[in-house]
Design a protein around this ligand. Sequence first.
Ligand SMILES: [Zn+2]
Length: 149
Amino acid sequence: MSKTWLNNNTILLNGKPYEVKYFTKNEKNDLGKVCWGEPDKINPLLIYLLDQMRGFVGSPFRINYGTQGVHSPNSQHYLGNAVDGYFPGLSIKEQFLIAIRFPFTGIGVYPYWNNPGLHLDVRQIHQEYKAMWWRDSRGDYQPMETIQL
Ligand SMILES: [Zn+2]
């Protein structure tokens, strides 16, 4: 299996080097651990989209979980296709409206995290719609149609 990172700030994207502007291989999360979990298991497309999104917004996006952490058994996290993170200082509504501008194929909205934020993934989908959901104050998953932003 090929590695994602060529060095601390370059990934191999579709066979070509791409210099990541706003994230690094060894970037730490709020817990002081490598934010990606296992950086070389992360899908390069995910890193590229996060970099584009971060550049569009112009303020940091903090990644707390990549392949590590506790997720549902078939989670995209374990495939290296997902991260959980947040834009410090932006409301959950602002974060969601930013994320949907980019071709992530899975977007989860988590208003009740300590730092409200998003799950973003690049799952392979076989229909034209993104997977989208939000998690309520009881920890239950809800369809996006029911969110109040
Ligand atoms: Zn997640």
